[in-house]
Design a protein around this ligand. Structure first.
Ligand code: NOJ
Length: 710
């Protein structure tokens, strides 16, 4: 039987209650990811009041619920979704860390490995990628996204969708949080958003759009309101834009209890009204509120929501179930022998090690202190030095801290017999401890070199983890002072889920390596970089501020009417802090550096539809290979709307052999020059453009060309 016939017949046989049941997503108890639990899950499934389940995984647990679904009148199987954000059992670096690889192929592979493991764990659906751009490191959820830049974010979101969906066993991706969640005011979690349509189109929409264009099967609404209308009941957003303009063919799930929360937003009078508004706006599935299952039958019978709309939503969900082969075999992902072969397998662990290496960013390396020799006595100090759980980050799905490797384990594995490593915590993550501090100072005094591993716990970032103070916790700052006072060479390794305010540390430590939350293989990957078995390649996808007072901030600033001029008081600036980042977007050092020549162009003018090719000559003077990510930025010098002073429009990772010289080209075409026009469609205006190329957003060299009208 064809899919259309099978599903058409099925919907025709469904009662309105059974239809509403398909649109109800309930949570199990294997994880807790929201404010409310779903009571009587098994009874609800048995009553045909549940179409999908989150927070239940493993073949055995999903089989048990699938068996219950098989006893319902129409035997419609369940779909299982979960927050597989950066791996299922094998935990990759947090997404913000992964994004610092600037390596879409790598993210695609990590998503693929996560899909293979999630499928082995009984799942069909992952709540990823999070495509929210954010310019505010106070927001804890920057950990889950790809940073501040729409061009980079779009490439990475699309890569993740391909990784999840484009091979078997696939899982349905869920692009979230639609939309603009990364712009919550003051970086405060669950806060509101207000933004111009131009800023949406220019900065915030591109990554969601790229994920949709890559075929994301589902999208999740955001908790925030936009210009007063909550995302979960926003018809313009979910229907006119997403389905209409962008041509989205999948289905929309609300975020956790977001339908019920329309009452808190005070745009719905009660839960019934909330269900009506969310459904009418274009939400297909209700996550945990149970407002759809409770009220849609009544709303459909009274004609307040159209019967055809209900059928369309149900068909979208059933279509996904068909695509996963669930009608043919609801237990196809319930093979209990599979997890042992797949979860945490060596191939995935190797990929996690590679990803962890590529995600770490060398922020500073004065006097080439790094890499360290392996034959010295190293003091490895700090509350994160022998820590596994916090290095995995938030959202670890089926991850198991006992399977992760700490920095200490990594150091022990890599050092040779002539050297030694002694570890001391010095303090807790947020708690001072005089005895631990004294021991750490003693250990440091006896060492040749100190590596201090400081930063955030996993609970200090991610959901519901906004901070107004994004410095290292006070006890760790004190530990750092005491260790620096020993006068020994000291490397700072920072672990966090957000850019930190590291101004004090940057003034004192000769070398700083930012490790993010690097995942299951974080410890060994860190050791490889510290001891030079591999060189850092990571580039910041989000700048590190000098002060939390600069936030939100982005390198993609507009020029303003009074561009900063150090000699003029009446220009845009702070009295007490420079405007720019401490470590800017795109920054990341490696061992050695390339000489990067000035950009040259093959022609001074570019006609519509034409190409100007920018080239730079790069040379490696180091006695070892050097890898650099060359970044292309553009500026539209005069336009009908004020345009950013620079915007990323491409990058290339190049590796040069010792002594090698090479020319790298960046072809520039109209799509790279376009910006949203009056109707918000991409438009190119003729005129002068500046091309900037360099190893980060702050150290570029430039050349200009003219885009002609004909
Ligand atoms: C709320 C979060 O905002 C969302 O990202 C997540 O997927 C759901 N909870 C489910 O856990």
């Amino acid at each position: 039987m064809t899919k259309a016939k099978f599903l058409g017949d099925l919907v025709a046989r469904m009662t309105v209650e059974e239809k509403a049941g398909q649109l109800n997503l309930l949570t199990g108890a294997m994880d807790s990811t929201g404010m409310k639990d779903s009571s009587g899950l098994e009874d609800q499934i048995a009553a045909g009041r549940c179409g999908a389940v989150l927070n239940v995984f493993t073949p055995a647990a999903t089989r048990k619920l699938q068996e219950i679904a098989a006893t319902t009148r129409l035997r419609i199987p369940l779909l299982f979704g979960y927050d597989v954000i950066h791996g299922h059992r094998t935990i990759f670096p947090i997404p913000l860390g992964l994004s610092c690889s600037w390596n879409p192929e790598l993210l695609e592979k990590c998503a693929r490995a996560a899909a293979v493991e999630a499928a082995a764990g009984g799942l069909h659906w992952v709540f990823s990628p999070m495509a929210d751009i954010s310019q505010d490191a106070r927001w804890g959820r920057v950990a889950e996204g790809s940073g501040e830049d729409p061009w980079l974010g779009a490439a990475l979101a699309a890569a993740m969708v391909r990784g999840y969906q484009d091979a078997e066993p696939r899982v349905a991706a869920c692009v979230k949080h639609f939309a603009l969640y990364g712009a919550v005011k003051a970086g405060r979690e669950y806060n509101s958003v207000d933004m111009s349509r131009r800023e949406m189109e220019t900065t915030y929409f591109p990554p969601y759009r790229a994920a949709i264009d890559a075929g994301a099967m589902t999208a999740m609404t955001a908790f925030n309101d936009i210009d007063g209308i909550p995302a979960s009941s926003n018809h313009w957003l979910l229907t006119d834009l997403l389905r209409g303009e962008w041509g989205f063919r999948g289905w929309v799930v609300t975020d956790y209890t977001a339908v019920g929360e329309l009452v808190n937003h005070a745009t719905a009078a009660d839960e019934r009204d909330a269900a009506r508004q969310a459904f009418a706006a274009g939400a297909d599935m209700d996550m945990v509120s149970e407002a759809f299952v409770k009220w849609l039958p009544d709303l459909a019978k009274s004609g307040e929501i159209p019967a055809a709309g209900l059928d369309a939503a149900v068909l979208r969900i059933l279509d996904t179930k068909w695509e996963f082969g669930l009608f043919a075999d609801p237990f196809s992902r319930c093979d209990e022998a599979l997890p042992a072969r797949v979860l945490g397998c060596p191939t995935h662990r190797d990929l996690a090690r590679l990803a962890a290496r590529e995600s770490m960013v060398l922020l500073k390396n004065e006097g080439d202190l790094l890499p360290l020799p392996k034959d010295r006595n190293i003091a490895l100090i700090g509350p994160l030095a022998d820590n596994r759980r916090d290095l995995m980050g938030s959202w670890i799905a089926d991850g198991d801290a006992s399977e992760a490797l700490s920095p200490l384990q990594g150091f022990q594995e890599i050092m040779d017999d002539r050297g030694s490593v002694t570890c001391a915590a010095g303090c807790g993550i947020s708690e001072a401890n005089a005895d631990l501090l004294a021991t750490a100072v003693r250990v440091a005094e006896q060492a040749d070199i100190i590596v201090l591993v400081l930063g955030e716990s996993w609970k200090m970032n991610g959901e519901a983890a906004s901070r107004t103070d994004i410095r290292l916790p006070q006890c760790q700052r004190r530990l750092a002072e005491r260790i620096l006072a020993t006068g020994k060479p000291c490397v700072l390794v920072t672990v966090s889920g957000r850019p930190l305010e590291l101004s004090a540390e940057a003034g004192k430590f000769p070398a700083i390596l930012h490790a993010w939350a690097p995942g299951s293989e974080g410890g060994p990957a860190l050791a490889e970089l510290v001891f030079g078995d591999a060189a850092p390649v990571g580039k910041l996808s989000m700048g590190f501020p000098r002060s939390v007072g600069q936030l939100p901030m982005t390198y993609r600033a507009k020029p303003t009417g009074r561009p900063f001029d150090p000699g003029n008081h009446y220009t845009t600036q702070y009295l007490d802090c420079p405007n720019d980042a401490l470590f800017p977007f795109g920054h990341g050092l490696t061992y050695g550096s390339l000489e990067i020549g000035p950009p040259e162009i093959d022609r001074p003018e570019m006609p519509p539809g034409g190409t100007v090719t920018a080239t730079v000559k790069i040379t490696n003077h180091a006695p070892h290979p050097v890898t650099e990510t060359l970044q292309l930025y553009l500026r539209d010098l005069v336009a009908s709307v004020s345009r950013p002073v620079k915007e990323l429009r491409g990058w290339q990772r190049v590796t040069l052999a010792p002594g090698e010289s090479r020319t790298t080209s960046f072809p520039i075409t109209d799509p790279l020059l376009a910006f949203p026009g009056p109707d918000f469609q991409p438009m190119v205006e003729p005129g002068e453009f500046e091309i900037m190329i360099g190893p980060d957003s702050a150290s570029t060299r430039s050349v200009r060309f003219t885009r002609t009208a004909e």
